[in-house]
Design a protein around this ligand. Structure first.
Ligand code: PMP
Length: 308
C-alpha cells in the first residue's frame, strides 16, 4: 500500500499550511456520512527543464469548481489562488512527480440541506504508476456506471466512487487488473477511474459524452490525435464492437495512457508497439514533461533547416 503522508507532510487546509498528522476534519459532515464532497485528481511532473509543472492545472481547478456548483456546494476560491496554493504544497513537501488531491467538503450538518460554507484541503504525495506500465487484462464489470438521471455524472463527486470501488474490487477478485463498466443503456462507458479509447484500422473511437466523466486526459488525447492526424470518433458502442478492435487503452490523469492486453477472453490482436495508440501514449509521456513538439512545429523546423 502506498504511503500517503508521514509526520512531516504539509497540506493546505482552508487557507493555511498545516501538518497532515495534526489536521482535523469534522466527523459530523455529510461529506463523510454520504460521500457529499467533490475532488480532483491532478499530477505534477518534473519537466525536461528541471521544473515542477502541474499538468492542465487550470482545467482541473475549473472542473473542481464546476463539480462543486453541480452538487450545490458553495465555492469561493479562484483557480489562480488554488494553483498557487498547490505549488506551495509541492514545494513544502519537496515533490516533483506527484499526485495532487484537492477535496471540497462540507461542515457539520447531516440533514441534506445546502451548506452555507465549504472547506477545502489540498494533499499531495509522490506518484508511482497507477495501473502499472504493462498491458492490462480487463474484465467487463457486472456493475454499471451511475445513471446520469440519478447523479451529476459530469461532476467528480466522491459518492460516485463507491461504484468505482465495487467494480475495481470485483475485477481484481476475479484475477484481472481492472474493470470496464457499461452505461445504463448497455454501451461501453469507462473504467472506474479512466476513460477508454479503442483503435480499429488506425482510427480511434471513444464513448460519446453523456454517461461518462469528461476526462481532461481524454481531451488531451483528442489534441494529440489532431496533431498526429489520427481520426477520432465519439459514439456509443457495445462490448461486442470493442471485442473486434485492434487495440484499446484507458486514459486518465493517474492512469496516463495505458494499453490493454485483453478484455475478458478477447485478446487485442495488434502488437501494442505497432498501434497508433502507442504513438499517442508516447506523445502523452512527452507532453506532460514538456518534451512534446507538435508535428507542425517539427515540419517547420525541418523546412527551415532545408532552406538554410
Ligand atoms: N473517468 C472516471 C470515472 C475518472 O475517475 C477519471 C479520473 N478523474 C477519468 C475518467 C479520467 O479523467 P481525467 O483524465 O480528467 O483524469
Amino acid at each position: 500500500m502506498a504511503s500517503y503522508y508521514n509526520n512531516e507532510t504539509i497540506i493546505y487546509l482552508n487557507g493555511e499550511f498545516v501538518k497532515a498528522s495534526e489536521a482535523k476534519m469534522d466527523f459530523y459532515s455529510q461529506s463523510l456520512h454520504y460521500g457529499y464532497s467533490v475532488f480532483e485528481g491532478i499530477r505534477s511532473y518534473r519537466t525536461v527543464n528541471d521544473e515542477t509543472k502541474i499538468f492542465k492545472a487550470v482545467e482541473h481547478f475549473d472542473r473542481l469548481k464546476n463539480s462543486a456548483l453541480a452538487v450545490n456546494m458553495p465555492y469561493h476560491w479562484t483557480t489562480d489562488e488554488l494553483i498557487a496554493a498547490t505549488y506551495e504544497v509541492l514545494k513544502k513537501n519537496n515533490l516533483g512527480d506527484a499526485y495532487i488531491r484537492p477535496v471540497v467538503y462540507a461542515p457539520a450538518n447531516m440533514s441534506f440541506v445546502k451548506n452555507e460554507q465549504s472547506f477545502i484541503v489540498i494533499e499531495a504525495w509522490e506518484m508511482q504508476p497507477f495501473l502499472g506500465d504493462k498491458l492490462l487484462r480487463i474484465m467487463t464489470s457486472s456493475f454499471e456506471r451511475p445513471n446520469p438521471k440519478g447523479f451529476k455524472i459530469e461532476a467528480k463527486a466522491a459518492g460516485h466512487y463507491v461504484n468505482s470501488i465495487l467494480a475495481s474490487q470485483e475485477a481484481k477478485a476475479n484475477g484481472f487488473d481492472e474493470a470496464l463498466l457499461k452505461d445504463m443503456n448497455g454501451f461501453v462507458a469507462e473504467g472506474p477511474g479512466a476513460n477508454l479509447f479503442f483503435e480499429k484500422d488506425g482510427k480511434l473511437v471513444t464513448p460519446a459524452l453523456g454517461n461518462i466523466l469528461p476526462g481532461i486526459t481524454r481531451a488531451t488525447v483528442f489534441e494529440i490525435c489532431k496533431d498526429l492526424n489520427i481520426e477520432v470518433e465519439e459514439k456509443f458502442f457495445t462490448v461486442d464492437e470493442l471485442k473486434s478492435a485492434d487495440s484499446a487503452f484507458f486514459c486518465g490523469t493517474a492512469a496516463e495512457v495505458i494499453g490493454f492486453e485483453s478484455l475478458d477472453d478477447y485478446k487485442f490482436p495488434l502488437e501494442w508497439s505497432k498501434t497508433n495508440s502507442r504513438r499517442i501514449q508516447l506523445a502523452y509521456k512527452d507532453l506532460v514533461v514538456g518534451n512534446y513538439k507538435p508535428l507542425s512545429t517539427q515540419r517547420e523546423e525541418a523546412q527551415s533547416a532545408l532552406s538554410m
